[in-house]
Design a protein around this ligand. Structure first.
Ligand SMILES: NC(=O)c1ccc[n+]([C@@H]2O[C@H](COP(=O)([O-])OP(=O)(O)OC[C@H]3O[C@@H](n4cnc5c(N)ncnc54)[C@H](OP(=O)(O)O)[C@@H]3O)[C@@H](O)[C@H]2O)c1
Length: 333
């Protein structure tokens, strides 16, 4: 394997958006390691996915303590790539990780206690081979831990230098608002909220996006392709090697219904008129909203990254296109 050298023109390829009212710019498209970075995946492919993303100007890589399987493996792989191959570029890269789902047995390996967040952060830093992460998230709202305890732990992770910024993920609108206020009182701004958002998943539109915008908090949209449904991949059923065909993934084959395929085919027709693939239109559709800081994609192959990256430059939609899309999705007024 020859040493990796990043492309010279990478920063001309990707637009960057300011993350809320902060000093941090994030790429319009970020790359996540939830899938395809397990112990069963080829290291060569993992390495090529990361390099391809970085060459496209994707400077932000998103992880969590539990990404694998086994949990922690994605951080370990990213740590190896960062330290062996990307070391000269560390200051050009934003690494995020999270804690909030089950990581180890017993009462201290899950949810939002200070005990869990501190231990998980140290374990993540060890796996990543880093002295700090750029963004650390509370991965989900914990209804049993006082929110002040979780937010104070995030604040202290920043003051201890282990995280440069903190964010929240999967918090419902009301709890997100409370978390943002608590962090403000502590003197650490909530940088960003990571929420599921795509043409097929619209919960964020019911208050959350406005809450974040009005508080100067960025928004990064995960699963923008609905795990691959919003691509041309499932137009003729479930192909081998797709996420829906694999065991133990969150994309259950029963979700690929005839009525969904009809909608995807109609959306694909609009994408074709825009001279885009359906995947590209799904990414562009999110980026048309200035409240979205970044669209957080996953990929199993490098060509998927190249394809999605092109969408960063085509975020304009006509009123007619927007109306047609909403009609297909059954959201027309
Ligand atoms: N905060 C949270 O709770 C949370 C939850 C979920 C995800 N996330 C973050 O969001 C990231 C992205 O999530 P995601 O992987 O569900 O995102 P996604 O972009 O909706 O789906 C990615 C999958 O779609 C398929 N795909 C991608 N580009 C394609 C293309 N151009 N043509 C055809 N198929 C394409 C690939 O699946 P195949 O394997 O079928 O090729 C790929 O693995 C994660 O890695 C993670 O960082 C966060």
């Amino acid at each position: 394997m020859s040493a990796y050298i990043a492309t010279n023109d990478r920063y001309g390829r990707m637009p960057y958006r300011r993350c809320g009212h902060s000093g941090l710019l994030l790429p319009a498209i970020s790359f996540g390691l939830w899938h395809n970075f397990s112990a069963h995946d080829s290291y060569e492919n993992c390495r090529n996915l990361i390099f391809t993303a970085f060459d496209e100007g994707i400077t932000h890589f998103d992880l969590a303590n539990n990404y694998g399987p086994p949990p922690g493996f994605a951080e370990q792989t990213m740590g190896f790539i960062l330290n062996e191959e990307l070391k000269p570029y560390r200051d050009e890269i934003i690494i995020s990780t999270k804690a909030g789902y089950e990581m180890w047995e017993g009462p201290y390996g899950n949810w939002g206690s200070r005990k869990y967040l501190f231990a998980s952060m140290d374990a993540s830093l060890k796996r990543l081979g880093l002295s700090y992460v750029d963004i650390f998230y509370s991965h989900r709202y914990d209804p049993h831990t006082p929110l002040k305890e979780t937010m104070t732990a995030l604040h202290h992770l920043v003051t201890s230098g282990k995280a440069l910024y903190v964010g929240i993920s999967n918090y419902p609108d009301k709890q997100a608002s409370m978390a943002i206020n608590l962090l403000n009182q502590l003197g650490t701004k909530c940088l960003i909220h990571q929420t599921k958002y795509s043409m097929l998943e619209r919960t964020a539109e019911r208050g959350l996006l406005n809450t974040l915008d009005s508080n100067g908090v960025g928004c990064i949209a995960f699963s923008p392709l609905a795990q691959g449904l919003l691509t041309d991949k499932y137009l003729n059923g479930i192909p081998d090697n797709s996420r829906a065909a694999k065991k133990h993934t969150a994309l259950k084959p029963e979700l690929v219904t005839e009525s969904l395929i009809d909608k995807l085919k109609a959306l694909n027709g609009i994408a074709a008129k825009r001279e885009q693939s359906l995947a590209q239109m799904a990414v562009s559709w999110l980026l048309k909203d200035s409240r979205i800081t970044s669209v957080l994609i996953g990929a199993s192959r490098i060509d998927q990254i190249h394809e999605c990256a092109k969408a960063a430059h085509q975020s304009g939609f006509s009123m007619q296109e927007v109306t047609e899309i909403e009609t297909i999705l059954g959201n027309s007024q």
